[in-house]
Structure formats: C-alpha cells, structure tokens
Design a protein around this ligand. Structure first.
Ligand code: IPE
Ligand code: IPE
Ligand code: MG
Length: 252
C-alpha cells in the first residue's frame, strides 16, 4: 500500500512544524557552495507545503532563519535574504491558486527593508486564503518570542489593560507570535540533529518529535507521510496513564 493511503485522515495533526536543517551539508556532499543547498531546499518547501495542503493539514510552520543564524558569514546571510525575497515573489501566484495563506513570525523588523515590505505585501495579498496557513519563522527564536510576549504583557499591565493576578497560560499564549494557532502536534527535524535550536519553546511543550537523517533538500512528500504515520502510531498521554487514554477512546 502506498504511504499516503496509510494515513488516517480523521487523525491528522492540525499543525506541523519543521526545522529544515542540513542544506549546507547537502551542498558539501554535492561539491557545491552552501547557498546551492539553500536554493535546493526551496524545492522541499514546495513538497511539504503541497503535501500538507493536499492532505488537509491546516497549519504548517517552517523554521527558515533563526535569531542565531544572523551570526553566520555575511555572504551566506545576504544570499539567504536574496533567496527569501525571490522565493516569496515567485510563490505568491501558487499560494493564490492553491488557497494558501502566507504568514510570518519572528523579529521581522530586523529583516532588510525590501524583504520586510515584500513579506507584508505577500501576507496582505493572501490573507483571505484559508486552506492552509503557511508560517515562515524568520529571524525567529523561541526565547525571543517569549521575551517579546513578556514585554507586551508588561506594557498591558502598565496601561491597566491586564491585572497581574489575572495573568494565566492563556494570556501568555495570546501574546506569543503564534497566538491564533493551535500548538503543533508534530515537530519534524531533518539532518540527524536532535535538538530544538531555540524554535517554538513554549508551543512545543507536548508535541511529538520526529527526527530524520535526510538533509532538507532531499525531503519529499513521502517523508512527510512517513512522519505522520509514525505520529499516528504514538499514544499521546498528556500526563495521564495509558489506561485513561484507552478507556476514553472506548467511551467515544
Ligand atoms: C538549514 O540548513 C537552513 C538554515 C539554517 C538557514 P543549514 O544551513 O543549517 O545546513 P547545515 O546544518 O549547515 O548542513
Ligand atoms: C536551526 O538550524 C535553524 C533553522 C533551521 C532555520 P541551525 O542549523 O541553525 O541549528 P544548529 O545551529 O545546528 O543548532
Ligand atoms: Mg544546520
């Protein structure tokens, strides 16, 4: 049976997050410059986006550039920024055709102005699409997100909009950059590294992690299907006992 047919469409994750890693090593293996790996990674972005839209996954969040990635050689950073701009320009038509909404999280103001403007325009142009919300994490880090939320909560307290005693987990959720999204049920990381690298720290509290050895430019639709099938074989207990989970299923 084909992999895709093994997926239980009733139990799809609503939100999948991906740490797209290994572009540089992929390029090195092919005897090319690192930027060539990043360029090839764009094909995998298309694969995963299309596959999610076809299956009916509602939210896909891709870690494209971390706060820490600013510390890479200036040439690579500049190459990545040019690639982001080109990709966003090229893909808007496809987003419109496929009813995909583009979203972005991170310290977007730190991007070059031309990138920022392009991104805002693409987000505006696609804002009424609702088949899939594709979020790019750009100049993003989990600690930045949490610190930024704290800062804005403090301002809200100062302006008498919130009382400190009323601050709850829901308040924090509402001030994070992912406020309108459910937490990811599934996190995928390519390239064999098994770490979060400062991605969605708060939001991944109960996510299932799926690490795979392939480098990002080699990622195909079947890799997404495999990750989802693997996810569907897991028992998510959220602190409860296995018996509680099984009995609840039987009650349904
Ligand atoms: C991921 O690939 C893309 C970005 C972080 C922008 P890398 O560039 O980290 O590739 P490796 O990990 O060096 O192979
Ligand atoms: C994480 O990859 C960031 C992105 C995929 C954008 P890195 O390659 O930057 O992570 P580390 O440095 O290996 O942890
Ligand atoms: Mg890497």
């Amino acid at each position: 049976m084909e992999l895709k047919q093994q997926i239980d469409l009733e139990r799809l994750p609503k939100h999948i997050a991906v740490i797209m890693d290994g572009n540089g090593r992929w390029a090195k293996e092919h005897g090319k410059q690192r930027i060539f790996g990043h360029q090839s990674g764009v094909n995998s972005v298309r694969e995963v986006t299309e596959a999610c839209a076809e299956l009916g996954v509602k939210y896909l969040t891709l870690y494209a550039f971390s706060t820490e990635n600013w510390n890479r050689p200036a040439m690579e950073v500049a190459g990545l920024m040019t690639l982001f701009a080109k990709t966003i320009m090229d893909e808007v038509k496809t987003f419109q055709k496929n009813n995909i909404r583009l979203n972005a999280i991170g310290d977007l103001k730190s991007l070059p102005k031309s990138n920022y403007d392009l991104l805002m325009k693409a987000m505006e142009d696609t804002k009424s699409n609702d088949r899939l919300i594709l979020t790019l994490a750009l100049s993003y880090s989990g600690r930045w997100d949490i610190a930024n939320a704290m800062k804005n909560i403090a301002f809200a307290v100062q302006n008498n909009e919130i009382k400190p005693e009323d601050i709850s987990q829901d308040t924090v959720n509402a001030y994070l950059s992912t406020a309108k999204m459910p937490d990811p049920e599934l996190l995928i990381r390519t390239s064999g590294e098994e770490r979060i690298s400062n991605f969605l720290l708060w939001q991944l509290a109960y996510s299932e992690f799926y690490f795979m050895p392939k480098y990002w430019p080699d990622f195909k639709k079947d890799d997404l299907y495999e990750a989802i099938i693997n996810y569907q074989h897991r028992e998510r207990r959220f602190g409860k006992t296995s018996e509680q989970i099984v009995n609840k299923k039987e009650d349904e």
